[in-house]
Design a binder for this molecule. Structure first.
Ligand code: GLN
Length: 449
């Protein structure tokens, strides 16, 4: 109860960050009290967590950061959050995010932007916390929760973790249940933890993962105890450095950070090998075809009938109702994705865009398979820059380019983690990314430690 209360106090004192959409103090204190009373227990007993608002939480508003779901209170608990509750965790509230997890800066939330607790040295400008799990990132970094859930479709755990100097891991596709997590792009979406250390992530990941027969792509495999298995041992491990990630015009600070990471792993006894992922340059365009295509299909369910809010124009028919509901309920970026998605899936363009993207996706996955014949994990930067100012990437293409290092592992379904690795000259956190073989979260966590 004391620990929970301390976090609730910190939340109340930091509302200007706008990290939480909903705070649930009564629920949290009741859960904490049950731990103190001994009626609740488990490996996470009494650990106060923040929950990204993409996870359905029974009896607590769940919006995906969208106006269309304002006021939606699920009658069920998502697979991932049910696992955390089973293990004794305490839920402090629901964390702000980019609308339907579409974004890299948290500026697309219908509940207002999240502000990073960090500022550049000598500057008073407010910075983005990254996205889409920006509320999770800001809350963990500002100590408004001990850890948080995030989701990652193309980088939404890793990039915000890097921007605020925390750790975050996306497991292998299929490890964490997608049941009850509001869908963005179903073939890419994965839940994972965000926390202040690699070992905290390991504890949370163990709890979050596991087979769920309500998710048709859930993997029916045992989940190791990642925290118990964590050694950090790198002796004899081979770390691959993909040549194609060294982009022309790469920020010299990011290049230097990467070299530093290579030196650290080498001094721990790892062998550094240079590898090639030749289709890397196609990953971003492939992602921005596949993800909007799936999103346009997933978001068709918000029709004003089955979920969320409805707008009924006087005298209109059912189609007018759909149109008015969706026009009022979805933000600009979500509408952009629906339009891109329906375009690439339309009869005349399907083969030119969607089929082609699926083929390239297979080539990208094949690149990783071949690279992992020469190495155990890959090391790359997480993002091409430190956190930027609000409005700095008003052009959607500029925003999408920020995902250049995170989308390839998503397309291949691989486990990938961002770990805090240093500060920029301006004093802002920078992250390094570790990508692992399918199901080798343990190897990724060990390299991260
Ligand atoms: N920034 C990426 C996008 O906007 C990734 C988001 C995510 O991983 N949910 O699609």
């Amino acid at each position: 109860v004391e620990l929970t209360q301390a976090h609730l106090d910190a939340m109340a004192a930091n509302r200007h960050l706008n990290a939480y959409i909903v705070e649930t103090p009564e629920l949290a204190l009741a859960q904490a009290k049950a731990v103190d009373d001994g009626t609740r227990g488990g490996p996470l007993a009494g650990i106060p967590l923040g929950i990204k608002d993409l996870f359905a939480t029974e009896g607590v508003q769940t919006t995906a950061g969208s106006a269309i779901l304002k006021g939606f209170v699920p009658r069920y608990e998502s697979g991932v959050t049910a696992n955390l509750l089973r293990d004794g965790a305490v839920f402090l509230g629901k964390l702000n995010m980019d609308e339907f997890a579409m974004g890299s800066s948290n500026e697309t939330s219908a509940f207002g932007k999240v502000i990073s607790p960090w500022k550049a040295r000598g500057s008073d400008a407010e910075l983005v916390p990254g996205g889409s799990s920006g509320g999770s990132a800001a809350a963990v970094a500002a100590r408004l929760c001990a850890g948080a859930t995030g989701t990652d479709t193309g980088g939404s755990i890793r990039q915000p973790a890097a921007f605020v100097g925390i750790a975050g891991i996306k497991p292998t596709y299929g490890r964490a249940s997608r049941w009850g997590t509001i869908a963005f792009a179903s073939s890419l979406d994965q839940a994972g933890p965000m926390a202040r250390s690699v070992s905290d992530c390991a504890h949370l990941l163990t709890s979050m993962c596991g087979f769920d027969d309500r998710d048709s792509t859930s993997l029916d495999l045992p989940v190791p105890d990642f925290a118990a298995g964590l050694t950090g041992a790198m002796k004899g491990k081979r770390v691959g450095i993909p040549a194609e990630y060294r982009l022309d015009g790469m920020d010299p600070e990011i290049a230097a950070l990467w070299d530093q990471g290579i030196a650290w792993l080498r001094s721990e006894g790892a062998e550094i090998v240079s590898v090639s992922l030749p289709h890397t340059k196609y990953a971003l365009p492939t992602y921005y075809i596949v993800a909007p295509a799936e999103a346009s299909s997933n978001l068709a369910r918000y029709d004003g009938v089955r979920y969320g809010n409805r707008v009924t124009p006087p005298g209109g028919n059912v189609h007018d109702m759909y149109a008015a509901t969706r026009a009022a309920g979805f933000g600009k970026e979500v509408k952009r994705r629906i339009m891109i998605g329906t375009y690439v899936l339309s009869a005349g363009f399907y083969d030119a865009y969607y089929t082609q993207a699926q083929k390239v996706r297979a080539l990208i996955a094949r690149d990783f398979e071949l690279a992992f014949q020469q190495c155990d994990v890959l090391l790359t930067p997480t993002a091409p820059s430190p956190a930027f100012a609000f409005g700095a990437k008003a052009d959607p293409i500029a925003m999408y380019l920020n995902d250049v290092f995170t989308v390839p592992a998503s397309l291949a379904g691989l486990p990938a983690m961002s770990v805090p690795a240093g500060l920029s000259a301006s004093g802002l956190p920078l992250g390094l990314q570790i990508i692992g073989r399918p199901l080798d979260e343990m190897g990724v966590l060990d390299a991260g430690l």
